[in-house]
Design a protein around this ligand. Structure first.
Ligand code: PLP
Length: 396
């Protein structure tokens, strides 16, 4: 039985990250770990905040009979309430506990949403460049990810979304702060996009969901903040996790929140809860639900990421690269000196630098570097980037 086409496509695009990771292992064996500059993987490398360890230990001590059994598929009521309060603060509109479902990370949450809302052949619109797994998450449930070009500064382009909406569109998916560009979408742009979706709904009688994937919401720089979205569009579905904001990526804990005035809120909630179960997640991990209930107002110090971001921005600019300064997340999306991003990324390997080609994010001609890496690695890598670029330019 052959492997499904959507999965084959997904293997080939995400294989770059894996390929770079494997190359990195080989290079590290050959040259020593400190001589290899691995910017390929977006794995948060800061430790979770002290409040996490305190909550974890105290919950272990308080362990009561029955705490490890099944619970309602949407999660513990008290945890849903704490998340509803969090998302209300962040999105400027009041969510109640029964509009929240605890899920297995943002990835699990997005799969639950797509399983619930997509009919075969439905389209999900998303701006390029985008987190590569989106294509698989949509395809998993019979849908098609349709990409829309961004504005030149990687902001969303509401007019491009207006032009892309059609009879098959079920949802628009946005991610801010963005992986891979680090762009935070301004509130004014969100309002314009909301107006486009509203107008489409009025014209066609079909409300389009706005899915907001925001695992990097708290990772912002220079005093920036991530604007609220759900208060501007009633049919919003917020998906978030603690993977990046509290460095709990391996614990697989997140939530979905349905806009309180969503046109089909009750039916949508019932569908999401059912899909959380039938996709095999059943419910989000019990212990981690209780942990994040206690951490709902905790913010990690993002100073380390910000310092690294400043080092990378300064170093890469000095090396001669072009990019839009990231406002959040922990990625820099850099222009390659040629359109063939894969060739350039392979060339960087000669300098023991590992990055991911933009074509893996639906945006050729660029490469992504993750700066969730030690400062020493950034410091040593910057002169190598400069040498690599000069060398490359002297050859073409
Ligand atoms: N969305 C984006 C934009 C991401 O970058 C990632 C992970 O890197 C995810 C979703 C998945 O997050 P989680 O680990 O919470 O499933």
């Amino acid at each position: 039985m052959p492997i499904a086409d959507a999965i084959k496509k997904s293997i080939s695009s995400s294989s770059w990250i894996r390929r770079m990771f494997e190359e990195g292992m080989k290079l590290k064996q050959q040259y020593g770990a400190d001589k290899v500059f691995d910017f390929s993987i977006g794995n948060p490398d800061l430790e979770p905040p002290p409040e996490f360890h305190a909550a974890f230990l105290s919950l272990a001590q308080e362990d009561a009979p029955g705490s490890h059994g099944y619970m309602p598929n949407a999660g513990y009521p008290a945890v849903r309430k704490a998340m509803a309060e969090k998302v209300s603060r962040e999105h400027g509109v009041a969510f109640s506990a029964d509009q929240v479902i605890m899920c297995v990370g943002a990835a699990g949450g997005l799969n639950v949403v797509f399983k619930t809302i997509l009919n075969p052949g439905d389209e999900v619109l998303c701006a390029r460049p985008y987190f590569v797994e989106y294509g698989s998450y949509v395809a998993n449930h019979g849908g098609l990810l349709k990409t829309v070009d961004p504005a030149p500064d990687f902001n969303l382009d509401p007019a491009a979304f207006a032009a892309a909406l059609g009879p098959k569109t079920a949802a628009v998916l946005i991610n801010s702060p963005n992986n891979p560009t680090g762009r935070i979408y301004p509130e004014a742009t969100i309002k314009e996009l909301a107006a486009v979706l509203d107008a489409f709904g009025k014209k066609t009688g079909r409300r389009i969901y706005l899915i907001v994937d925001e695992p990097y919401r708290d990772i912002v720089y220079g005093g920036a903040s991530t604007p609220p979205i759900a208060c501007h569009y009633p049919d919003s579905i917020v998906v978030n996790s603690f993977s990046k904001s509290l460095s709990l990526a391996g614990e697989r804990i997140g939530y979905i929140a349905v806009g309180p005035s969503c046109h089909d809120a009750a039916e949508l909630m019932a569908g999401l809860i059912m899909c959380n179960r039938v996709l095999g997640y059943v419910n989000a991990p019990a212990l981690m639900q209780r942990v994040v209930e206690r951490l709902a107002t905790v913010k990690m110090d993002m100073g380390r990421y910000e310092a690294r971001r400043n080092m990378v921005v300064e170093g890469m600019r000095e090396a001669g690269f072009e990019f839009v300064d990231p406002q959040g997340a922990f990625y820099l999306f850099c222009k390659c000196p040629i359109q063939d991003d894969q060739a350039f990324v392979l060339f960087l390997k000669n300098y023991n630098i590992l990055a991911v080609p933009g074509s893996g994010f639906g945006y050729p001609g660029y490469f992504r570097m993750s700066y969730a890496v030690p400062e020493s690695s950034i410091r040593s890598a910057m002169p190598e980037f400069k040498r690599a670029l000069a060398d490359f330019r002297s050859r073409v």
